[in-house]
Design a binder for this molecule. Sequence first.
Ligand SMILES: Nc1nc2c(ncn2[C@@H]2O[C@H](COP(=O)(O)OP(=O)(O)OP(=O)(O)O)[C@@H](O)[C@H]2O)c(=O)[nH]1
Ligand SMILES: [Mg+2]
Length: 618
Amino acid sequence: MNAAPLVALVGNPNAGKSALFNALTGARQKVGNYPGVTVERHSGRLVLPDGRPVELVDLPGAYSLEPSSPDERVTRDFLAGTQAGERLPDALVVVVDASNLDNHLRFTLQLIALGLPVVVALNMIDLAERDGLKLDPERLSRELGVPVVPTVAVRRRGLDELRAQVDGVLTGAPCAKPAPAEAEDIVTLQRRARKIAALATVSEAPVRRWGHALDSVALHPVSGVLMLLAILFVMFQTVFWAGAAPADAIAAGFDWVSGVVKHLMPDSVLRSLITDGVIAGVGAVVKFLPQILVMFFFILLLEASGYMVRAAFLMDRLMAHAGLSGRAFIPLLSSFACAVPGIMSTRTIDDEKDRLTTILIAPLMTCSARLPVYTLIIGAMIPNVRVLPFVGLQGLVMLGLYIMGVVGAFVVAVVLRKTVTQGASSGFMMEMPKYQLPQLNHLAIGLWSRAAIFLKRAGTTIAFTTIVLWAMLSFPKPPEGSPVSPVNYSIAGRIANGIEPVFRPIGFNRDIVLALIPAMAAREVAVAALGTVYAIDESGSDGGEAQIATTLAKRWSLPTALAFLMWFVFAPQCISTIAVTRRETNGWKWPAFMVGYLFALAYGAAGATYWVAKFFGL
Ligand SMILES: Nc1nc2c(ncn2[C@@H]2O[C@H](COP(=O)(O)OP(=O)(O)OP(=O)(O)O)[C@@H](O)[C@H]2O)c(=O)[nH]1
Ligand SMILES: [Mg+2]
């Protein structure tokens, strides 16, 4: 006798399902396990107003029907009727948090579209009222097309009404089912949820209202993308505008130290090591600390204010076009700081192919190590002019390079998804956080830790590589009166001259080849290397660090500089990234593939840039 209808409690995590389950079933509960997984199955007996029993199951909370954990998978399978040993439920009680309505309605809409009889428990009404939010349950019921019962699970409020409505949907003639909606993408779903939530809202406190008003701009497919671009635009303009003066001050400081050392020490190999090697190399990199901090200030600000997750929502549709999971957004976003943590955080993507695609394109996100390279070349080669009153050309070029990386990543993802990592992508569900004023001390701590990481790199990897490079650039010394320059005579110079023909077709000169090889240790080393090369090469002149830019402008043509920038957009110039890819993919196959395709891309893009620029007579 298995006559008792089966009803499931379902909803977002923390909606109050278990509280409601306890209130509805009291002591009549059973705890078991779903076969094959360590997920508990809670069921109990609910008694309808006329005394008939119903089996009530409390499902694990989920954000969507696309599972990202074993718990969510149980919920999905249960609702699809494919969970082993379970039958399809006869009705659902969807529990939503009234104070967080638009977020929770998203899943509700998906659940209603399943076509099972549904009653919505509008739970936590007490918290909503405390927050100054007044809702109209009848209006909500009309918009959703299902009964809505306000409840306060912890105070046992609304339980009788809920039982009556469950009875109603179980016994009532099966109403015309809503046409099972097409699997909607997250942005559309979110927009519908927000609209319904707005219609069901009678009044709300001003703070909540502003948040909603902001969201209607920030999440709109057109105005939202414009807003995102505007924010990025301001960010890059500020990097140049606010970073330039302190950068010059730091460079002047290193020059001063170098001058003092030159004054105190007689001309010797040791003095050259200190001034041309360590000070010129490390100084060339440390100079970019202000710019990096400005950039991280923006990123931390956007994260802390609650905007970043919204940007993720906005990007989801685009990501889906590229065959990427929305979950790839956060790893890709952190790759803007550094691809290493970005690649490690792909562990949250449970589909293997999704994850692999994300790992393979993560190095295309412009990491902060490229910033010194970009800033140096742009500062030296792109005129500091205003295109419009507030729009500097240098900032625009920088934004362009970042966009180039992103566009490149999308194109690569599309290609990979059609070839080596075929498969479908899954959607993205997350709770939308409230907008918040960022806390200054959190920002300060965040900035401090970035600065520490950067300076530590400058003091270790970069200093070490620079010293090795200095040695290879300084020895052997040309004999007195030799017409060959010291750099060309050195080991490094000879190696670079040997490799240079490979890069000549894409417009690279020997200096670039010299900079690229040690830059495999860390991208910033390219800047340090140029600093050291020019310090040794121009040792006749004062050779100060601030002069790299002048030397560059003198020695490089604009097409060469642009090709060099392009190279850095695409090239896998970083050993740590390759190492972490090997670790995360358990083998050499994928890192080898990644390095191969990125070098090919970099070579092609740099070459194309060089020749197009030459063609236009730049
Ligand atoms: N003020 C108030 N608190 C509630 C209400 N319903 C539940 N809570 C509290 O909200 C918290 C989360 O409730 P749960 O019942 O554990 O939520 P859940 O939906 O089962 O969460 P998961 O099992 O994680 O999906 C608990 O601390 C409850 O006491 C309510 O109506 N009003
Ligand atoms: Mg629970």
